[in-house]
Design a protein around this ligand. Structure first.
Ligand code: GLN
Length: 473
């Protein structure tokens, strides 16, 4: 899928030369969505008229010989927790039904400044909590490779839109794996950028200290292009980095040191998944890299630390949904405001969201704060040190993105089952490093992805490794 299709830059070039019509291209995407999305349900909102109008305008400018942007005519699917002015933003939740943001997120503003075409808003697990897209209040998304299976999550709609060639590019958000998991399950590329590399202004928050907006694509070149456009300092996000420079960037495969995180290949990892990822490591070795074994001593604490921190931050972030300021409101028949707030939250939040608000409030409450939250932050600091040490020996660390193949819809039922499969992706969020999922093939017809991690702001290294791997055949 997609390997042989032209890159975004080639398409832009041909639109600029008027060899192809931007309007026709966008119209054919919209048609494809209408045809395919009945089965897949990647989109919650399709911006048909807006997309066509913008495409026409680009054609007009190309005709006049004016400059067009680096994403001119390229269709982009945007996860429904990223604000696009004038389009609904539900976060996959009933509580935000009817909310239409009056402004663009910085990432959207930057995409549009380069004439990228927002095709619509994509389905997601409610408030980005999950890795199957099953917890969306608007029904699940299906995996384009196998309609009985989940596309991964929480950015499942974005991944399915790209894998199904309904969009060339997509934006997702990754708090603990939500870009990489669906990228892996849908056989596309997905990047969780370095913390602070991409502005979060206009991203409806789940857990601020962990998450980043990340690009998704079928080709490395396109992924790198989109990342280059959305990243960079933004004064409207106080956590956005001013100097996004890597201490060291290695872009040559010759002598590149790759560390395989062995702990991620053991118990809980399906054998076929581990094998394909190790084979990919062998191929990287064939391309000139040296492959060794990396150890991160405290890795076993990462999953617990992640869920404590993520739920704590979520409980505070989600307190703003009271039925007054945004979205849905159940005030009819309520005796007073407190009752109206409680009814809105009880009736409009899904089960998983409520579970996390309760657990998050618990770990932050007096007497438990030290036992849970503070301990989790200590584990996080320790992990940061250990990753730092590993990166003195290796340029890139490698592991399976997901330990399992995409499950069937309805197969992941208990919260613990759901949390456990995040075990390989959450460490990068806890320590803030960039991490990229790259497709490495199929087992029993289902996609498998490898995860590559680099030191802070080492995205260029990840793109270089992925590009060599992509070009190997
Ligand atoms: N599955 C993880 C969670 O539920 C990660 C989600 C995400 O990255 N947004 O928290």
């Amino acid at each position: 899928m997609g390997r042989l299709s032209p890159s975004a830059s080639e398409i832009v070039h041909r639109i600029a030369k008027q060899e192809i019509s931007c309007e026709e291209r966008v119209a054919s995407r919209i048609e494809r969505i209408a045809r395919m999305d009945r089965d897949i349900h990647a989109f919650l909102h399709v911006a048909k008229d807006d997309a066509i109008l913008r495409a026409r305008e680009i054609d007009r400018r190309a005709k006049r010989g004016e400059k067009i942007g680096r994403l001119a005519g390229i269709g982009i699917a945007v996860k429904d927790n990223i604000c696009v002015r004038g389009m609904p933003a539900t976060c996959g939740s009933k509580v935000l039904e009817g909310f239409v943001p009056p402004y663009d997120a910085t990432v959207v503003e930057r995409v549009r400044a380069q004439d990228g075409i927002v095709l619509g808003k994509t389905n997601m697990d409610e408030f980005a909590m999950g890795n199957t897209t099953q917890s969306s209040a608007f029904g699940p998304t299906r995996n384009p490779w196998d309609l009985e299976r989940v596309p991964g999550g929480s950015s499942g709609g974005s991944a399915a839109a790209v894998a199904g060639s309904m969009a060339t590019l997509a934006l997702g958000s990754d708090t603990g794996g939500s870009v990489r998991c669906p990228a892996s399950f849908c056989s596309i590329l997905g990047l969780k950028p370095t913390y602070g590399a991409v502005s979060r202004y206009g991203l409806i928050p789940y857990a601020n200290s962990l998450e980043q907006v990340g690009p998704m694509a079928r080709r490395v070149e396109d992924l790198a292009l989109l990342h280059g456009i959305i990243s960079g300092h933004d004064p409207r996000d106080s956590t956005s980095a001013r100097h996004g420079k890597a201490a060291r960037t290695s872009t040559s495969m010759k002598g590149l040191r790759i560390g395989v995180i062995k702990d991620f290949f053991g118990e809980g990892t399906q054998e076929a998944v581990g094998r394909l990822v190790l084979d990919a490591g062998g191929e990287l070795e064939g391309l000139g890299a040296t492959v060794g074994e990396a150890r991160i001593e405290s890795l076993g604490y990462a999953l617990a630390a992640y869920y404590i921190v993520a739920m704590a931050e979520a409980s505070s972030n989600l307190s703003r949904y009271d039925g007054v300021r945004y979205g849905a409101s159940i005030e009819k028949g309520s005796a007073d405001w407190n009752e109206a707030f409680a009814r809105t939250r009880t009736e409009c939040f899904g089960t998983e969201v409520k579970r996390r608000i309760l657990l998050g409030t618990f770990v932050l409450s007096a007497g438990y704060y030290e036992a849970y939250y503070l301990k989790a932050e200590k584990a996080r600091a320790l992990l940061g040190q250990e990753f730092g040490k590993a990166f003195r020996k290796f340029d890139v660390l490698m592991a399976p993105t997901m330990p399992v193949l995409p499950p069937k819809i309805g197969e992941v039922v208990t919260p613990l089952q759901d949390y456990m499969i995040d075990v390989n992706t959450v460490p990068a969020n806890l320590v803030g490093i960039p991490s990229l999922s790259v497709p490495v093939g199929f087992a029993s017809g289902l996609p498998v992805g490898m995860q590559l991690m680099a030191p802070h702001f080492g995205e260029e290294t990840l793109f270089a490794v992925a590009a060599s791997y992509e070009a190997r055949v």
